[in-house]
Design a protein around this ligand. Structure first.
Ligand SMILES: Nc1nc2c(c(=O)[nH]1)N[C@H]1C(S)=C(S)[C@@H](COP(=O)(O)OP(=O)(O)OC[C@H]3O[C@@H](n4cnc5c(N)ncnc54)[C@H](O)[C@@H]3O)O[C@H]1N2
Ligand code: MOO
Length: 392
């Protein structure tokens, strides 16, 4: 049996960052940029008024000064001429500053007369001009190491790009195995249970940015498993669930080997998740998860999410915290234990009483895993432990 750290390293070595594809900007939210995006024009492309008012041809303006209004500049409709001396142009927010314009006088600071205006005593001192390229110069770059969010999308649109090069989504196929499994929404016959793992894992990996397919559930026979393995197509990653242990009906490892998988390891010194296996089947990385629901979900968080992140070109490190226990814990066994737990306040953690790896309700009420190293001694109240927060 290998250690968790060895398994993590081997699993990451099975995948590499994927190539890119160009998508319409409307489909780019949540995707990873392939490289820098450059501004196609200055932003704004021209000097513009920040207020509704009058553009004048000098900065030095005093109360009582008079100007002649010679034209208008509205957004999308610039004034064609050039102003000088005591000329002014009626102007609106976002409109092009006319040639010769030096300052905007807001309309609240003028008294409008027939063909002109007089500056009021309340005149403020702002110029109210947004200079060309004040936000970005042409050719300025935007890079992001995180999935594109709404603010990135707005900026990339402003930079002029209707489409953008992003990392291809990892294609993941999930194969649930077991004669007892029925999809949710269908009635149960005696001896059957709901197939739940594939749904949770698909959701977790979709939130991480993968493109996930749930394959039809395979039966516990060599024929059914072999037929299912024929459906993985061009998946970057195949996840099998169940049939990973040592029972007479645990046929996934032999089926994968029979299909030609190069087994990197089978069994990890951890709890839950001991029967985990992995390897490479052609170009497809394969992770065989244990069937117990908590084992499958926890192994997805610890092992598969970092693989998906690596394929997306993201950092694959799992952030850990140190917290103090609100109750003592007995000594740990020989496997690294990921105990379901609740975060309390800023610095405490409470380990759930029931740790059986079939209890999905306990996992769902938990927002962290306390990590006990192999053969860790008993822990006392207030002892510091390593904690992996779980995201919703
Ligand atoms: N003699 C031994 N027995 C077991 C060992 C062992 O070392 N020696 N290991 C145990 C451990 S640890 C685990 S974990 C389980 C995992 O076994 P399998 O991967 O073979 O899983 P199954 O037997 O197929 O299923 C276990 C459990 O999970 C349910 N299941 C399976 N798939 C799903 C699914 N998609 N959704 C919901 N629930 C699922 C299944 O019905 C079983 O109840 O083996 C121990 N045994
Ligand atoms: O993975 Mo198993 O859940 O250690 O019982």
């Amino acid at each position: 049996m290998i250690s968790v750290a060895e398994a993590q390293a081997l699993l990451l070595s099975l995948v590499k960052p994927l190539d890119g594809e160009t998508v319409p900007l409307r489909q780019a939210v949540g995707r990873m940029l392939m490289g820098a995006v450059t501004a196609l024009d200055p932003i704004p492309p021209f000097s513009a008024s920040a207020m509704d008012g009058y553009a004048v041809a000098r900065v030095d303006v005093a109360p009582g000064d008079r100007f002649t209004v010679v034209g208008e500049s509205a957004a999308g409709h610039p004034y064609a001429g050039t102003i000088s001396g005591d000329q002014a142009v009626r102007i609106f927010t976002g409109a092009t500053l006319p040639n010769g314009g030096q300052r905007i006088i807001i309309q609240e600071d003028v008294v409008r007369q027939r063909d002109g205006l007089v500056i009021r005593p309340e005149l403020g001192d702002g110029l109210h001009i947004r200079p060309a390229a004040g936000d970005m110069a042409m050719g300025d770059r935007h890079v992001s190491n995180d999935p594109l969010g709404p603010r990135d999308i707005a900026l990339i649109a402003a930079m002029g790009h209707g489409q953008v090069a992003v990392r291809r989504k990892p294609r993941v196929a999930i194969l649930m195995t077991g004669d007892e499994l029925r999809p949710p929404g269908e009635p149960l016959a005696p001896g059957q249970i709901r197939a739940s793992n594939g749904y949770g894992i698909a959701a977790e990996l979709e939130l991480a940015g993968a493109d996930v397919r749930l394959l039809p559930i395979a039966q516990d026979t060599a024929e059914s498993l072999s037929a299912a393995l024929g459906l993985i197509g061009d998946a970057d990653l195949l996840i099998t669930i169940g049939g990973a242990s040592v029972g007479d009906h645990d046929l996934v490892a032999p089926a994968l080997t029979q299909a030609g998988m190069d087994m990197a390891f089978h069994k990890v010194a951890m709890r839950p998740g001991k029967p985990l296996m992995a390897g490479k089947l052609g170009n497809t990385a394969v992770v065989g998860l244990p069937g117990n629901p908590v084992s499958a979900m926890v192994c997805t968080t610890i092992f598969i999410l970092p693989m998906v992140r690596k394929m997306l070109g993201q950092c694959s490190d799992i952030p850990l915290e140190t917290r103090r226990l609100v109750a003592p814990l007995p000594p740990n066994g020989p496997r690294q234990h990921y105990m379901r737990a609740m975060l309390i306040g800023d610095d405490r953690v409470e380990v759930a009483e029931r740790q059986d790896s079939s209890l999905l309700s306990v996992l769902t009420q938990s927002d962290a895993l306390v990590i006990r190293p192999p053969s860790d001694g008993a822990c006392v109240l207030d002892q510091e432990v390593s904690v992996m927060p779980l995201t919703r």
